[in-house]
Design a protein around this ligand. Structure first.
Ligand SMILES: [Zn+2]
Length: 139
C-alpha cells in the first residue's frame, strides 16, 4: 500500500508515514522525511523546547542519566512550555552560545521564580546580577 505525502508529494509506502490516531487512515499526512525537516525547522524557531524536554526528562524519566540528581532527589518539574519560552526570551538566550536552564536555588523545584537561562558553565550569575544592576523595585 502506498500513500502520497501532502508536503513533498511523493508516493511512498505507508511504512514511511507516522501513526496519527486522529487521522482517517490512522497515518500522518506527511512522510517521515518531511516530518524530520519540519521538526528541525520547529526547533530552530522554538529552541527553548530542547531545554524544556531535557529538564523535564531529568525530573520525570528514571532512565535519564541525570535523573538521580533531579527527580531522584525529589526535584519536581513544574514549568510549562510557555513559561520556559518566557524565561528564554527574558534572558535573550538566543544570543548565548550554550544556554542552559538553571535553578537559582539548587534545592528547589523547576518553577517559574526559581529558573533562569544562563550561559552553560557560567556559575557566577548571581554576582553578575548585582554588577548589571538588576534589582527588584519596591512598591
Ligand atoms: Zn514527504
Amino acid at each position: 500500500m502506498k500513500k502520497k505525502c501532502c508536503r513533498c508529494g511523493q508516493l511512498l509506502p505507508v511504512t514511511k508515514f507516522g501513526v496519527e490516531n486522529r487521522a482517517l487512515d490512522g497515518l500522518r499526512g506527511h512522510c517521515v522525511l518531511c516530518e524530520g525537516k519540519y521538526r528541525r525547522k520547529y526547533l530552530k524557531r522554538n529552541p527553548w523546547i530542547t531545554a524544556y524536554r531535557a529538564a523535564k526528562s531529568r525530573c520525570t524519566n528514571p532512565k535519564d542519566k541525570a535523573y538521580k540528581y533531579y527527580g531522584g532527589k525529589g526535584i519536581k518539574f513544574e514549568l510549562t512550555g510557555w513559561q520556559i519560552r518566557f524565561l528564554w526570551l527574558k534572558a535573550s538566550a538566543r544570543a548565548m552560545k550554550r544556554p542552559s536552564l538553571d535553578r537559582i536555588k539548587n534545592t528547589k523545584n523547576y518553577v517559574m521564580w526559581n529558573c533562569q537561562f544562563i550561559e552553560h558553565g557560567e556559575n557566577v550569575t548571581k554576582s553578575n546580577h548585582s554588577r548589571k544592576g538588576i534589582k527588584y523595585k519596591k512598591g
